[in-house]
Design a protein around this ligand. Structure first.
Ligand code: CDP
Ligand code: MG
Length: 685
């Protein structure tokens, strides 16, 4: 227990004349937030209890205010987790402004590839849940903090779930540590039970009624339907901003473009001169922060209406004031793990009822609103799951296992997860890490495994990078890893597909032809972008996403620095070396040997692991039908596809991963036969 009582009258209660007008205005609006009257209860409860669960409507001030209450109450090292990078950055900025301090000093943030905080001065840090876990590697009791807030706990991300388990075990060891679990929906019982009946503070928000409208018939194309819905609202409904939920950056950019174009054309044609201007603003993680900031600014006072086209980040993480209409197509991009192929992919899938309710709620923050659901009432009632499945139950656990091993948790199966994953999933993850040589025969972390945990990347990618100097292509490998960690860089506008494809082929021929593979193409694009001075115009002419490339450059610099720290020399065979791409493909295979497929018949390939039939994704530049390929990901759309593919030579499989391609490990079937042929081929050489 703290022996000194923190002052309950915060310094800012007394209006200090030195503060700017902006500061005073912010202060005034902060006092209006629903969470504000709960300030003293929160502080008092934490004097007597280690854990507090705080539940409140989105926009009630949990994320921005509660951490400030704690700083004012005298806690000196406060961390507040966010599942999303964009929210961590955005909120940190806002809070620094509210407190009238400089971002990166008293208030900061840490996200993957970016740390804007000060080791000594920062008192309040917003941090992604993944990065806080990483901090725990060197400091398993998180002694750097005296108060930790797990925000957006209702999202049940993998990392938040692991942190909850970890903190639950740390609390008895550190009686002075305080934990606040904050959540938006009403699943609070689960959190209070998990933390041994922790006290609950319920912040009742002021919510205005939201009318729900369904579609009479299912829609065929939700993007088109969304566009129509926004246009109709803009034409027919009284003023008020619109929030449209889509699933990813590409969709969002293209719908924003379409909306701008439609409004411009309608306004230009004389008959529709009465149509007000529409300001279409995207909101997603990869957007540069100044662009993200635009969604918070009021539209020009000439009757312009704002439409914000956002990913799920606007569901509960980021609140935008002034929204009166919500358009909800009912989809979200989420991680799905296919236990058969052991491949994790991002798929567009239906949201849950709880999500649909949250989304609708965004329309009723400032006055009564309307939510247009682009699905039928019957599908809402019958098809949507009640709540979103926790991520831990639909993930490849390899990274979690690596993390827990690094945190020196010995007994994985009995680790206190809120929703324990089935033991088989753990077995699969252990097996995968064993194949990667991250774990030894006894299941202990190897030196390589420990270094893999240090990199904020998937285990195969970490392995590829950490041992890339063996192939003398660590320079190429960091570029590739950066390109694989950003969004897709190739743009393919609906009306210019042929031109876009031609531009891609031109870049490909510079990389040495299609045989070099998709991985080589990514490196080639990265280098060409640098050669052309990171020019936006060049990107535009070559149908490349400028923003994604800029992000890749940033990531590559971070990775190069990390490798330097881990003493992996950055080397290249040279841009003209004839074996440059060959080395890169070997290096990729060194990490991704579990993602290998062989040609079977027609256009189909078979994944070695599970004999699943797959096709090369139409975006591939590989045209020569190689017998064996390594692939980066599995995508399920109309067919099973493998995306980002390169040829590998069969003898490499046995050289680089003999333990994995040992035919005796496979049941009789196509894979075993293919591996047998491979063995014979090798013996005959
Ligand atoms: O976490 P919770 O959803 O409860 O609310 P919050 O994120 O703390 O937001 C509280 C208020 O701050 C909302 O009314 C937001 O509109 C406002 N806010 C803002 O204007 N600009 C930001 N960058 C962040 C929050
Ligand atoms: Mg929040």
């Amino acid at each position: 227990m703290r022996d000194h009582s923190p002052p309950l009258c915060p310094e800012w209660e007394s209006t200090s004349p030195g503060r700017s007008a902006r500061y005073q205005a912010l202060l005034e609006s902060r006092r209006q937030l629903p969470v504000f009257p709960h300030r003293d209860v929160v502080i008092h409860t934490l004097r007597r209890h280690q854990v507090l669960v705080l539940v409140g409507e989105t926009g009630s001030g949990k994320t921005t205010q509660v951490p400030q209450f704690l700083v004012e109450a005298g806690y000196r090292r406060v961390a507040c987790t966010q599942p999303r990078r964009i929210a961590a950055v955005n909120v940190a900025k806002r809070v620094a402004e509210e407190m009238g301090v400089q971002l990166g000093a008293e208030v900061g943030y840490t996200i993957r590839f970016e740390d804007v905080s000060h080791p000594k001065r920062t008192r309040l840090k917003y941090v992604t849940d993944g990065m806080l876990l990483r901090e725990a590697y060197g400091d398993p009791s998180l002694t750097r903090y005296d108060c930790i807030l797990l925000d957006e706990a209702h999202e049940r991300t993998l990392n938040t779930d692991v942190l909850m388990g970890l903190l639950k075990s740390v609390l008895p060891r550190r009686p002075e540590l305080r934990l606040v679990v904050m959540s938006a929906t009403l699943e609070s019982g689960k959190f209070t039970d998990y933390f041994d009946r922790a006290p609950l503070v319920n912040v009742s928000g002021r919510m205005y009624p939201v009318r729900i409208e369904y579609m009479p018939q299912p829609v065929r194309d939700y993007l088109l339907a969304a566009e129509e819905a926004v246009m109709r609202i803009h034409r027919d409904e009284p003023p008020g901003d619109i929030l449209l939920f889509l699933t990813g950056a590409e969709e969002i950019d293209s719908v924003c473009d379409r909306l701008r174009w439609r409004v411009r054309t309608e306004r230009d044609s004389r008959s529709a001169a009465a149509l007000a201007p529409l300001l279409a603003l995207p909101l997603y993680s990869a957007l540069p922060p100044p662009k993200q900031q635009l969604v918070f600014e009021p539209p020009p006072p000439d009757g312009t209406r704002k439409v914000i086209v956002a990913t799920n980040v606007a569901e509960t993480s980021i609140t935008i004031d002034g929204i009166v209409y919500v358009v909800d197509p009912g989809f979200v991009k989420s991680k799905i793990f296919n236990p058969r192929s052991r491949v994790e992919s991002l798929l567009v899938s239906a949201i849950s009822k709880a999500s649909a309710q949250q989304r609708a709620g965004r329309a009723g923050r400032t006055r009564p609103g309307t939510c247009y659901r682009l699905y039928t009432e019957a599908s809402f009632q019958q098809e949507l799951a009640e709540a979103t499945h926790p991520e831990i139950l639909r993930s490849n656990l390899a990274t979690v296992v690596l993390t827990l091993k690094k945190l020196q948790v010995q007994d994985l199966v009995h680790f206190d997860f809120m929703d324990p994953p089935p033991p088989e999933t753990f077995m699969r993850a252990l097996e995968m890490l064993y194949y990667l040589h991250a774990l030894d025969d006894d299941g202990n972390l190897t030196q390589l495994g420990s270094r893999m945990a240090d990199l904020p990347l998937d285990p195969p990618l970490s392995k590829m990078l950490l041992e890339s100097d063996r192939f003398r292509c660590s320079d190429e490998a960091t570029k590739l890893a950066a390109m694989l960690s950003t969004q897709i860089v190739f743009v393919r506008p609906r009306n210019k597909q042929a031109e876009a494809d031609a531009a891609k082929l031109r870049l490909m021929s510079e990389a040495g032809g299609s045989g070099a593979g998709d991985h080589a193409l990514l490196v080639q694009v990265f280098e060409a972008y640098l050669r052309h001075g990171q020019s936006t115009r060049w990107c535009y002419e070559h149908f490349l996403n400028d923003r994604a490339l800029r992000h890749a450059v940033h990531i590559q610099q971070q990775l190069a620095r990390t490798l330097h720290r881990l003493q992996v020399p950055l080397i290249s065979p040279g841009v003209r070396a004839p074996d440059r791409w060959l080395r890169l493909r070997q290096c990729v295979l060194h990490g991704y040997f579990m993602q290998v497929a062989f040609w079977r018949r027609g256009k189909s390939y078979t994944i070695v692991r599970d004999e699943q039939t797959v096709f090369l994704h139409p975006s591939t530049v590989v045209q020569h039908r190689p017998a064996w390929v390594v692939f980066h990901e599995f995508v399920l759309t109309t067919r099973n596809y493998i995306r980002i593919v390169s040829e590998v030579r069969p003898e490499w499989l046995l050289q680089l991963a003999p333990h994995y391609f040992d035919e005796r490990e496979y049941a009789d079937g196509a894979s075993r036969q293919a591996l047998q042929r491979l063995g014979r081929y090798r013996a005959s050489k």
